[in-house]
Design a protein around this ligand. Structure first.
Ligand code: URP
Ligand code: ZN
Ligand code: ZN
Ligand code: ZN
Length: 467
């Protein structure tokens, strides 16, 4: 199969230039200036010619933080690898990295096996795995090496959720040292879970049981403190550190200071922290439960600082932390006790569109949009230049994006397997028109043409750190 994509504006992390693209098989074969006349020659022998006039031609999105079919909060996140990756494709994301969970008392490799069972043959776009390290001991530390050999070189640890995934500072120190020695990276959920649990106990004892108290009992100071502590532990061990789902300006200050001092510290934020706020958690009639995730949504005043971080590269990546739970049956578990509301929000389908609003509003440039949603995540997690750019030899993961289309986000039209939209009624400018995944058109003008089983497991190379 060969495809010619012509007369579009190719946007990569380094710029935006009118360029024609030749796809041959699974890869990008060549790029040419529209003036060169090469596209006419390519078109004569091509299986398909796509006219991208007036469109952006961007590398497929890379979402490095999803939770599909994850056991959590007494239930399972509601998207499977099938439904979650189809929704990703609808939103212009052609690669996800999902978190395989090591339950306490089990091995890391068995966790990877389990995730392969869930994903292999089921995914519509390519996927890789990180590991959630919930049980640090001699055996699991030793096993980290085998995980790297199996293409999984990033390990998430939790300073939150005591009794579930929580790791002590000692555990973290040991895992970071090991990660440093084997070229792996620790990803940190930085919230002080011990202090939070105390605040939760007090709130419930005082009868403060509504969803908004999920936010109130997880103050920004406890995210900032944990972020600072994680940075200190990384410094002591000399290991790189990636802070996941950063939500608060005080936590960002800690990251900025570490980066300015030259430390290999990186952070991502998520669309929900850029577009939603504590006010959503405070919606009446238990509707706030739809917005329960950790860290919690923050007062709107934090958003300007997060956009600042995205511009200055103190925030390097935007991923979704897609972890959907249905409002009717799953969020319901916490009616009358906010601490029992399953933590997580849906979003894998909307990341590219929401961040495009940052371009529309002048918060970020067009190349920066591509860089934070595709190029840098691919680089940081060992997928570049196969993913994250459009260049000769790269996988032909290409999105044709109509920047002028207007759409309204809604549960009525989204493809995620969840019964609400966190962005219900939000009008956005821009829409994914066509999606090519490894040389196959999987979506075109409102029709899904892909198939489960097309998506392949990506064994990842060692991470590339970028300051
Ligand atoms: O609330 C969240 N973020 N749920 C998913 C698990 C995690 O901590 O990332
Ligand atoms: Zn987390
Ligand atoms: Zn800086
Ligand atoms: Zn997460």
């Amino acid at each position: 199969m060969s495809i010619v994509i012509r007369d579009g504006l190719v946007v990569t992390a380094t710029g935006a230039t009118p360029t024609d693209v030749l796809v041959s098989g699974e890869r990008v074969a060549a790029l040419a200036s529209p003036d060169s006349g090469l596209a006419d020659r390519w078109a004569t022998g091509a299986d398909q010619v796509i006219d991208a006039t007036g469109r952006y031609v961007i590398p497929g999105g890379v979402d490095v933080h999803t939770h599909l079919e994850m056991p959590f909060g007494g239930t399972f996140s509601s998207d499977t690898f099938e439904t979650g990756t189809i929704a990703a494709a609808w939103g212009g994301t052609t690669t996800i990295i999902d978190f395989a969970v090591q339950p306490k008392g089990s091995s890391l490799l068995s966790a990877l096996d389990k995730w392969h069972e869930k994903a292999d043959g089921q995914a519509a776009v390519d996927y890789g795995f990180h590991l959630i390290l919930s049980d640090v001991n001699d055996a699991t530390l030793k096993e980290m090496d085998a995980c790297v050999d199996a293409g999984v070189n990033s390990f998430k640890m939790f300073m939150a959720y005591p009794g579930v995934f929580y790791a002590t500072d000692g555990d973290i120190l040991r895992a970071m040292s090991r990660a440093r020695d084997i070229g792996a990276m620790v990803m940190m959920h930085a919230e002080n879970g011990i202090a939070i649990d105390q605040l939760v106990t007090e709130a419930l004892a005082e009868g403060r049981t509504d969803p908004v108290h999920h936010g109130v009992t997880r103050p920004t100071e406890l995210e900032a403190e944990a972020t600072h502590r994680a940075i200190a532990l990384a410094k002591v061990t000399g290991s790189p550190l990636y802070i996941v789902h950063l939500s608060a300006s005080e936590a960002l200050s800690a990251v900025t200071a570490a980066r300015d001092a030259g430390q290999n510290v990186f952070a991502e934020t998520c669309p929900q922290y850029l577009f939603l706020s504590l006010d959503d958690l405070d919606r009446p009639d238990f509707e706030g439960a739809k917005y329960v995730a950790s860290p919690p949504l923050r007062p709107r005043s934090h958003q300007a600082e997060l956009w600042r971080g995205l511009r200055t590269n103190d925030l390097s990546v935007v991923s979704t932390d897609h972890c959907p739970f249905c409002f009717k049956e799953q969020k319901e578990l916490g009616r009358g006790d906010f601490s029992k509301i399953p933590n997580g929000m849906p979003g894998v389908e909307h990341r590219m569109d929401l961040l495009h609003q940052g371009v529309v509003r002048g918060e970020i440039s067009l190349p920066r949009w591509v860089e934070i949603t595709s190029t840098t995540p691919a680089r940081m997690f060992g997928l570049y230049p196969r993913k994250g750019t459009i260049g000769p030899g790269s996988d032909a993961d290409i999105v044709i994006y109509d920047p002028q289309a207007v759409q309204t986000l809604s549960v009525q039209t989204h493809h995620m397997n969840v019964d609400y939209s966190a962005y219900e009624g939000l009008q956005v400018l821009g829409r994914v028109e066509t999606v090519v995944s490894r040389g196959e058109v999987v979506l075109d003008r409102g029709s899904f043409l892909g198939r489960t089983g097309h998506g392949r497991f990506l064994a990842r190379e060692p991470c590339q750190y970028l300051h």
